[in-house]
Design a protein around this ligand. Structure first.
Ligand code: PBG
Length: 331
């Protein structure tokens, strides 16, 4: 109390202009990335029931989606494929004519450098069992056998024109193995985004609808325990040592402490993924009249930024870019 009334913290909050003067964190369209789902074998976009406002797109939509993202000035599109056929090895992931690799090619040809083309590198959308890797005879996920497939998937994605590969499978050693495979194939310029601190989260629920996941069980033998913070930092440090160009924390909102710790420790840019469940919670609460949708979106994104994210993957990237362009007040 000794410094009152000399130090009145309300002084700088008095008017909108005064508040703008002391705003510590801003959102920028260039640092928002839009996840995009492309589904094989459909001819019109289909809504995803648990993610109101998000669609599964046919390949024929991808050029328009990418052109629109570029025009809006967002930083990138992260492509996810939903194949028509799945098998035990996830062969659709490595095939040049697999749905994801075809979408990357279309995106690359449309983007022409105006927006970055990014691709999810994981087997879960392509395997019939829904796990992120190959299964051993005992049903466990075989880390090292999976790495060989990831290496081939990475080269196929790079060949198709992806500029940033999103390594979301949580296999040990994936960054090092993929970096070596890309370099050996001449793709030294393709950047690696390591989903380093990826937690075994209930907040991926709606995404599993979006990619029509066949997973039985869970991913707790490879994704992180939600109770552990230090281990998330260790994963990020390990990925940087293996050559990651960016590290990510995922989900974002429930893991802001991990994000802040990774941001303190990292020597590369730090990304955060505001996942499908975080999206659905706000959309559905707003539809129920419980919260102000736009302010809640803005506040959720500013919280992620304040915790230390440089780049945010968010299903609202496109909409928020419009808000920023029109000068709308965020949150
Ligand atoms: C794995 C992957 C997942 C998400 C992104 N990449 C799902 C999982 O690990 O189960 C989730 C994204 C979201 O929930 O929005 N390919």
């Amino acid at each position: 109390m000794s410094s009152f009334p000399e130090r009145r913290l309300r002084r700088t909050r008095r008017t909108p202009a005064m508040r703008r003067l002391s705003t510590e964190h801003h959102l920028a369209a260039a640092q928002l990335v839009l996840p995009v789902f492309v589904k094989e074998g459909i001819d019109a976009a289909q809504p995803i029931a648990s993610m109101p406002g998000v669609m599964q797109h046919p390949l024929a939509d991808i050029a328009a989606v990418v052109a629109d993202a570029a025009e809006a000035g967002i930083g990138g599109v992260m492509l996810f494929g939903v194949p028509a056929v799945r098998d035990a090895e996830g062969s659709g992931a490595v095939a040049d004519d697999g749905i994801l690799n075809r979408a990357i090619r279309v995106a690359r040809d449309t983007a022409r450098g105006a927006v970055t083309v990014q691709a999810d590198l994981c087997l879960d959308e392509f395997t019939d069992h829904g796990h992120c890797g190959l299964l051993a005879a005992d049903g466990s996920v075989d880390n090292d056998a999976t790495l060989e497939v990831y290496a081939r998937m990475a080269v196929a994605q790079a060949r198709a024109g992806a500029e940033v590969l999103g390594l979301s499978g949580m296999m040990d050693g994936q960054v090092a193995v993929i970096r070596a495979a890309l370099d050996a194939a001449g793709h030294t310029d393709v950047a690696l985004l390591a989903y380093s601190a990826k937690y075994a989260s209930a907040f991926y629920g709606p995404f599993r609808d979006a990619v029509e996941s066949t997973l039985q069980g869970d991913r707790r033998t490879y994704q992180l325990d939600p109770a552990n913070g230090r281990e998330g930092v260790a994963e990020a440090m390990q990925d940087i040592a293996e050559g990651a160009d960016y590290v990510m924390v995922k989900p974002a909102g429930p893991y802001l402490d991990v994000l802040a710790r990774v941001a303190d420790a990292a020597t590369v840019p730090v990304w955060a993924y505001q996942v499908s469940g975080e999206y659905a919670m706000i959309e559905l609460a707003a539809r129920a009249g419980a919260i102000d949708r736009e302010r809640a979106i803005g506040e959720s994104l500013l919280g992620i930024r304040r915790a230390g994210a440089d780049v945010i993957l968010t299903y609202w990237a496109r909409e928020v870019a419009d808000w920023l362009r029109s000068g709308k007040e965020i949150a």
